[in-house]
Design a protein around this ligand. Structure first.
Ligand code: ASP
Length: 630
């Protein structure tokens, strides 16, 4: 070991080391000079150690005074107890400090574009700047924590899968397009000019082929690439836990994934989830919550009141019903006083939400003094009002909101309104919001401790099971009709099996809208955090799906011939799922920004601000690839 190399990390020293001579390597977080002492906070990914330079060692002291932030140093010194009262309870090494005897500057660092310290009131630098200098940003303690946690999540997954006989198998990045519904990233072939590899949108076909090859329990922490418009929770390349199993039914996959979720939450967040998770069919979910990934931390159920509306005098409702539509309502319990008439009338806050989802209007009534008043109250004679009250379980203070339209519009509008109301009325708490409040209280206590502040160790926040609402949505429709393209599209992907009891509808084009798929989604707090299906394992059924999706036989053979052949070569019944690892890590880390849980993410426009990718390439390279820019 070279003399400068560390004997301990910056997070390691405790009282038991007092009296030992140690060498630490790390980065200078900050330096402070107090009279005849220079204090250096030395940092590495394990923690922080206070190093003291005493002025009696004049030369050493002079060098220490010149140390800049983020310089890399090696310090050899004596571990000693901090003076009484100067201990820090909030860091693991807080009982001790190192009195420096030797200082070696291993490297210097120019002034930083932003600070990597994270003092309590310090604001983060602008995200673009942090992404441009991501290697500096990654030094921040909170990002380190997230990456360490992400590592831990992967480790828990691998251990769990391994102990359940799953094999991790890597599948190609350079392959053929797998239709998951997004645009492919294409890679031109140099050897075969004019031909392209597609980067995988998922390992879907490979994992199915592995089942056919007999690897009956597969998983992979797989990188997937989809060229789609980005949102806060999307990146062009993302990671999923990809799983496939043979000789299974839906419930086998659901059960094993629930066990995995329990393990991850227990080991990575200290939260004990209980299973089984709730289940809803797609039809129930759409009817009650207006979407297929409802957040059930709050109720706000949608109720169909078409039968009552049909007897009312309100032409808007009657016309919608006559056109084959429906009238549905939400009873926002206790919300009457929370929303003014201005917020409820056309152009107001709530109607605007409904209109964003194509609803022509949003109508309301309030419950007061045992009566329904305001809004469209006059359109409903008293007996109908009583019927509404009974059906919607109305008590004084409630606010009733109605939308009338075609089913999909009613679902979308009321579904969105449900989320809007829950947020506005604070019907749920994200654990990180509660943590922020908790931390603020802890900080206040720390302040109140005054001089004894260093002695106060803030109590860490512990998330609880009720912060996490898991559920399964099952029985999705197999196909959705694309009105614009005038053709059927697969709701999950084209390899999903139809339900056995719906096979009769599957045979005829007229019945296609009724076919349900053996597909399921895992939902957490209103986010889809996983999705999968039992697959088609018969060539004839798969060929029929391709045909329904508008693929000519020759085309299907050309694109998926290998799969159709494989399905004829001893394909076992199989199914699987994929969990969006980045989203899981976001929830576990308590962030809503996917870039926070990825070491080197792209920005919102799919550009890597650090390397500048994507970038122009040499004309020579394009020529080799046979690519001409127009
Ligand atoms: N391939 C699917 C996806 O990436 C998951 C699955 O069906 O297993 O969404």
């Amino acid at each position: 070991m070279a003399e400068w190399q560390r004997t301990h990390t910056c997070g390691q020293l405790r009282e038991e080391h007092v009296g030992q001579t140690v060498t630490l390597n790390g980065w200078v977080l900050i330096t402070r000079k107090f009279g005849n002492q220079v204090f250096v906070d030395l940092r590495d990914r394990y923690g922080l150690t206070q190093v003291v330079f005493e002025s009696d060692a004049a030369e050493l002291f002079a060098t220490a005074e010149k140390l800049g932030r983020e310089w890399v140093v090696s310090i050899t010194g004596l571990v000693r107890k901090r003076v009484a009262g100067a201990e820090r309870a909030d860091i693991a090494t807080g009982a001790v400090e190192v009195e420096a005897k030797t200082l070696r500057v291993l490297n210097t660092c120019p002034p930083l574009p932003f600070s990597v310290t994270e003092f309590p009131d310090e604001e983060l630098a602008n995200e673009d700047l942090r992404l441009q200098y991501r290697y500096l940003d990654l030094r921040r303690r909170s990002i380190q924590r997230v990456l360490i946690q992400r590592h831990r999540v992967c480790k828990v997954i691998r251990d769990f899968m391994d102990s359940n006989q799953f094999l991790e198998v890597e599948t190609p990045l350079l392959g053929k397009s797998t239709p998951e519904g997004a645009r492919d990233y294409l890679v031109p072939s140099r050897v075969f000019n004019g031909e392209f590899f597609a980067l995988p949108q998922s390992p879907q076909l490979y994992k199915q082929l592995l089942m056919i090859s007999g690897y009956d329990r597969y998983f992979q922490i797989a990188r997937c690439l989809r060229d789609e418009d980005l949102r806060a929770d999307r990146q062009p390349e993302f990671t999923q836990l990809d799983v496939e199993m043979s000789f299974v039914e839906r419930d086998d996959i659901i059960t094993i994934m629930e066990r995995l979720a329990v393990d991850i939450f227990d080991k990575c967040l200290g939260v004990k989830l209980s299973t089984p998770f709730a289940r809803l069919t797609y039809a129930e979910s759409m009817a009650k919550y207006g979407c297929d990934k409802p957040d059930l931390r709050y109720s706000l159920e949608i109720v169909d009141i078409s039968d009552i509306a049909a007897q009312s005098d309100f032409t808007v409702f009657k016309d919608a019903l006559a056109a084959g539509g429906m009238v549905r309502a939400i009873n926002a319990k206790g919300a009457a006083a929370k929303f003014s008439n201005t917020q409820l009338k056309p152009g107001g806050e709530l109607p605007k939400v409904a209109e964003t989802y194509r609803a022509k209007g949003l109508y309301f009534m309030k419950a007061e003094g045992g009566k329904l008043i305001g809004g469209i109250e006059k359109q409903f004679p008293d007996p109908l009002k009583e019927a509404l009250k009974a059906k919607l379980n109305v008590v004084d203070g409630d606010l009733l909101l109605f939308v009338a339209d075609k089913e999909n519009v009613v679902c979308d509008a009321l579904g969105a309104l449900r989320v809007h109301l829950a947020t506005a009325m604070k019907l749920y708490r994200n654990w990180w919001d509660e943590k922020a409040e908790h931390d603020a209280v802890e900080k206040k206590k720390e302040k109140e401790a005054g001089k004894k502040k260093e002695k106060y160790a803030p109590v860490p926040f512990q998330p609880r099971p009720e912060h996490f609402n898991f559920l399964w949505v099952t029985d999705f429709p197999m196909f959705g009709y694309d009105e614009e393209e005038k053709k059927w599209a697969a709701m999950h992907h084209p390899f999903t099996a139809p339900m056995d009891e719906d096979l009769e509808h599957f045979a005829t084009d007229a019945g296609l809208g009724k076919v349900r798929a053996k597909a399921y989604d895992m939902v957490l707090n209103g986010y889809e955090v996983g999705g999968g299906s039992i697959r088609i394992h018969r060539n004839d059924v798969q060929s029929r799906v391709f045909q329904i999706l508008g693929m000519e036989v020759a085309d299907a053979k050309e694109r998926f011939g290998f799969l159709l052949d494989a399905l004829q070569s001893g394909a076992p019944p199989h199914g699987g799922i994929a969990l969006g690892l980045d989203r899981w890590c976001m929830v576990l880390a308590g962030t809503t920004n996917i870039r926070d849980v990825i070491a080197f993410p792209k920005n919102q426009k799919a550009r890597d601000l650090m390397t500048g990718a994507p970038a122009v390439v040499e004309p020579r390279q394009l020529k080799e690839l046979g690519v001409k820019l127009s």
